[in-house]
Design a protein around this ligand. Sequence first.
Ligand SMILES: Cc1ncc(C[n+]2csc(CCOP(=O)(O)OP(=O)(O)O)c2C)c(N)n1
Ligand SMILES: CC(=O)[C@@H](O)[C@H](O)COP(=O)(O)O
Ligand SMILES: [Mg+2]
Length: 656
Amino acid sequence: MTPLRPNPARPTPARPNSDRPTTPHLDRAPWPADLKALSDAELARLAGELREETISAVSVTGGHLGSGLGVVELSVALHAVFDAPRDKIIWDVGHQCYPHKILTGRRGRIRTLRQGGGLSGFTKRAESDYDPFGAAHSSTSISAGLGFAAARDLGAPGVGDVVAVIGDGAMSAGMAWEAMNNAGALGKRLFVILNDNEMSISPPVGALSEYLSRIYANGPLHDLKALAEGAAALLPGPAREGARRARDLVRGAALGGTLFEALGFSYVGPIDGHDMGQLLRVMRAARARADGPVLIHCLTVKGKGYAPAESSADKYHGVAKFDVVSGEQAKGKPAAPSYTAVFGEQLTRAAALDPRVVGITAAMAEGSGISKLKARFPERAFDVGIAEQHAVTFAAGLAAAGMRPFCAIYSTFLQRAYDQVVHDVALQNLPVRFALDRAGLVGADGATHAGAFDLAYLCTLPNFTVMAAADEAELARMVATAAAHDAGPIALRYPRGNGTGVAIPEAPQPLEIGRGRVLREGSAVALLSLGGRLEECLAAAEALEARGLTCTVADARFAKPLDRGLILRLARGHAALITVEEGAAGGFGAHVLQLLAAEGALDRGLRIRTLTLPDRFIDQDTPERMYAEAGLTAADITAAALAALGVDAATEAATA
Ligand SMILES: Cc1ncc(C[n+]2csc(CCOP(=O)(O)OP(=O)(O)O)c2C)c(N)n1
Ligand SMILES: CC(=O)[C@@H](O)[C@H](O)COP(=O)(O)O
Ligand SMILES: [Mg+2]
């Protein structure tokens, strides 16, 4: 029996240290149509060049590497067999789409990936006709694909075949199974390619992952003989039923396809996703014969063909710029710890003090800091897979049973679990602690990953307490506050990246709920910050003071409940009040305005401005440039204060 996965001991050939690989076949194929002119052997060679080009490009941009390297052959085979853009190839998450971008007319810009003004690191409709559906959050591809298939069957023009490519990690999400359930019942012609590399970002978890492992442990169903058998399963009508029954009789309950077939899919696989010949044969057979939903199970290797990425698939999921020869990533030593690391340490500390403290992550153990808890208290750290909705209700159950769960989910991914937050947590007033990493703008991942909305969507919920950390010491205090808070749900949010370098207290004490702090006092302008823009507010205060306008700078700490006393005092004691937050309108500033309106504080001529993220999505760039575009820099805060006071900065400068 041919081994499906390559022998990891097999050395990857040495590679030349050239900036640009030699790519004669790829050079001949800037567009998918060009692949049609190549023989199968040439396509295999082109795939090798595509891999080198992907490695070379990511080495200068940074980005998601391992996932793309695993789908190089698949990308070539799909574009060789299907006719995009009429046929819709939908990449789940989209983090593996760089080879697809190179093959679809974007090779010339591939070294702008994830840079300001450059190509997105994900699929994006606005970028290319070959990206029929945008993504970056996982497990949407089958639903979207089924939408295209249903539209096609209702006569929508310009839609041919539909292919959803989804990873084994993404397949763990409920949404993928909702789509499979619907697709199986509708019976529409739809191709789902399960790209099974036995990896999520970290090694995958859960019963599904074990099930998939059992399938390939049974051996290749589709060696050449089995491929014929599998192709028979694609035959229309009664022939298919007959073939399926015969195969089930031979293979019995251990047959790999059972779960997918039970849902109404024809199952083909597992096949070797790096064997171009096999891929092309299966795709062509599937395309020629399918009359309903088909799942093709491809086994691939994350990081395939690049030794550092193959041997350390989790570390090469997302990379900084790196040296191609050594694989060494260009990561400088930061002056301050990351917020994520501080959260992980403080959570572990809280867990050491209280056996009821547990941590939950939805497939982001490293990214969320839950890995630190897991290292010390493995039985109290739960990785539930890419399943944010389940994570929240699971945490609610834990809280209802008297535990102190910390649900650590990136702000952007918690969006997916909003009804669970409302219905299962807030409504029942259960003390789930939400640790929302990546609050605000995140840089290269762009708009899909911005933590823009949590303040707006959480502050509106009864029973919730919502905090935002201005620095890592504040984060430590907020973890202690959340751990001690049994009165109801509580959220703490903090940005991506490193802290400010302040000292973290040895034994952080809980904060008084709903109390802010004042960092400097003045009388002309009050700058009221929530979260990570505090340093910008302090810099703005310096600039305003240089103009003779003394400033109070306060850190609200709590977006809910508001520190009414502090806010009313700021409103009474200053001519202008500026609120600043790294969140969309409708969050902190909106609630401050509502308080001031209700208290009549606006009737006395207070000049107030609420600085938030703008009402548009901001594309990827450095966080600094993104905040400049958002109008949340020290200069913007200064300008807003001057404008509120009616000081024309330009005239003032001219007069000076
Ligand atoms: C809703 C959501 N949760 C979490 C993530 C973060 N995330 C991005 S890729 C990934 C792992 C995906 O694994 P898989 O689908 O197997 O793809 P692979 O990287 O292995 O190719 C995760 C957890 C996300 N993008 N969307
Ligand atoms: C594709 C995806 O969703 C993740 O890989 C994400 O890019 C990780 O982001 P961080 O680097 O902020 O953990
Ligand atoms: Mg995977």
